[in-house]
Design a protein around this ligand. Structure first.
Ligand code: AHM
Ligand code: MG
Length: 336
């Protein structure tokens, strides 16, 4: 590896900050702290098969789903890692029904942190990739007291930075502060994230589509036609490929690197699909767009949707620009 590639996550964040003379260093401090939390969660995830940690806590989360211990570990770790820097006025997590206030003795800051602590958790026991997703905004509420729910319900285009960590064969930290998307692989030997994916650009077209095809019968006519179209077509002389991990972070990460489409549509039973706008779709759409891709709910840009509640869901179609544009044509032609 050439020496110039020996770029650690902290060095990258701090060098990025120097390009913005107006920067106060706060965002850098937040990203550095998220990097630290990611390492701790990664260690715990890696131990998942070794310790008696798997199984249910007996509690269900706000979506009525079983909460596994690792989810709660990641949720609590992120709060503990992030609540004392004086940077945030409020936080919110997919594992908590309400907004999370900072402890009373902590300084209140101007940023807002939203996160899905451990996405794809149904994959944990099969040792399949899972991830953490985060999203950072500036507060919009007046004053310097605790933040309010409106601070957490901003449209995604207002994100200052967003990113995710995939816990897969390696742990990878991907982030964007709006200019470029960068990926860092954790070297387990000395515990540092090293730049492995510089200035990621999603290919304009890809050969892979990613969707839970088990729901085929509930899809709209337009979506069915689009998928049939892909199955009957070739890309660069070869058939299209279906890949679906069932962890959005992993499916989006692959889409970012190889191109193609990731889709979680609404259907007759669940018109808004399954994935959460605030915790999953906004941050991952921010990354996809920063890499030159497109993310829509079928009609509108995901980043322009204004969330009306913390746990609201939205259909999502995200990926390569040309692929999503073609998909949109199919959806538009068959509006029901
Ligand atoms: P989770 O937050 O409870 O883990 O659920 C979200 C996950 C996503 O990572 C993934 O894209 C989706 O659920 C898969 O859902 P399905 O099993 O319906 O295909
Ligand atoms: Mg999730």
């Amino acid at each position: 590896m050439p020496l110039k590639q020996f770029m650690t996550l902290p060095r990258h964040i701090l060098e990025g900050e120097k390009l913005h003379p107006e920067a106060t260093g706060e965002l850098s401090a937040i990203l550095l702290q998220l990097g630290l939390a990611a390492k701790v969660i990664s260690l715990e995830v890696n131990k998942a098969g070794l310790v008696e940690i798997l199984g249910f806590t007996g509690k269900t989360n706000v979506h009525g789903e079983d909460v596994k211990k690792l989810d709660m570990f990641a949720h609590e770790m992120l709060i503990r890692a992030m609540d004392h820097g004086g940077h945030f006025c409020v936080m919110a997590s997919e594992e908590d029904e309400n907004i999370i206030h900072l402890p009373p003795h902590q300084k209140i800051g101007k940023y807002v942190l939203l996160f899905d602590p451990l996405d794809g958790s149904s994959n944990i026991e099969a040792n399949v990739s899972i991830g953490t997703i985060f999203s950072i905004y500036k507060r919009i509420s007046k004053g310097d007291g605790p933040g309010v729910i409106e601070d957490c319900l901003q449209p995604g285009f207002k994100q200052v930075a967003a990113g995710y960590i995939v816990y897969g064969p390696s742990t990878i930290f991907v982030y964007s502060a709006g200019h470029g998307v960068y990926g860092f692989t954790l070297d387990p030997a000395f515990g540092e994230f090293l730049l492995s994916h510089d200035n990621i650009k999603i290919p304009a077209r890809g050969r892979i589509y990613s969707i839970n095809e088990g729901n085929y019968n509930s899809w709209s006519r337009g979506l069915k036609k689009y998928i049939k179209h892909l199955q009957a077509s070739k890309f660069e002389g070869k058939p299209y490929q279906l890949r679906y991990v069932g962890s959005m972070v992993a499916d989006i990460h692959r889409t970012l690197l190889y191109g193609g489409t990731f889709m979680y549509p609404g259907d007759k039973r669940n018109p808004k699909g399954k994935l959460r706008l605030v915790y999953e779709c906004n941050p991952l759409s921010f990354i996809i767009e920063a890499a030159g891709g497109v993310a829509i709910d079928g009609e509108r840009r995901i980043l322009e949707l204004t969330p009306s509640s913390l746990h609201e869901r939205t259909p999502i179609f995200a990926g390569s620009k040309d692929d999503i544009e073609l998909l949109k044509k199919f959806l538009d032609e068959e509006k029901e």
